[in-house]
Design a protein around this ligand. Structure first.
Ligand code: SF4
Length: 159
């Protein structure tokens, strides 16, 4: 019988590793429509969006971001309703093609996949999960999205 030591322990067979049926539905926007939602930004996110808006990184951070209590940059919210500044009243993301990694990774966030209960709750938010038009997102892709979400959540603090 093979005994694995810690160094060579095989990866845990996560429940999602066989894949999950999902498609992001056009004009849904439910995951972006949360008052008080926080979107952490990686430096790459900030640089990409600033470039898309033809602004310097510093100017973009000053105009469209705020910082958390520990200094990480997050997207600003609309003062009127606390929703994302880039979400229109028609629920359209105006920076869709360059959106932050955390937005691209949803619903495959660590906190959503950690337990079946958390995933069931996520399904009540996201109608794209198990939708009839969904395609199977395989375990490797889900892992990449989890890692992107985790990296973005670390954020960055300095310009
Ligand atoms: S809630 Fe789901 S289907 Fe709707 S926009 Fe977000 S990821 Fe797409």
């Amino acid at each position: 019988m093979t005994k694995w030591n810690n160094r060579f322990r095989p990866p845990k067979d996560e429940w999602w590793s066989k894949g999950i049926d999902f498609t992001c539905l056009p004009e849904c926007g439910r995951c972006c429509d949360e008052p008080g939602g926080i979107v952490y930004l990686s430096r790459q996110d900030a640089e990409r969006i600033a470039e898309h808006q033809e602004m310097s990184l510093v100017s973009w951070l000053e105009k469209f971001c705020r910082t958390t209590y520990d200094g990480r940059f997050v997207l600003e919210s609309k003062p009127s309703d606390g929703r994302c500044i880039y979400l229109t009243s028609e629920k359209v993301c105006t920076i869709y093609e360059v959106k932050p990694a955390q937005c691209s990774a949803f619903p495959f966030w660590g906190e959503n996949l950690v337990t079946d209960r958390a995933w069931q709750k996520t399904k009540t938010i996201c109608p794209g999960i198990d939708h009839p038009d969904a395609i199977m997102i395989d375990g490797d892709m889900i892992k990449l999205k989890l890692e992107a979400d985790k990296a973005a959540e670390k954020g960055f603090r300095m310009v």
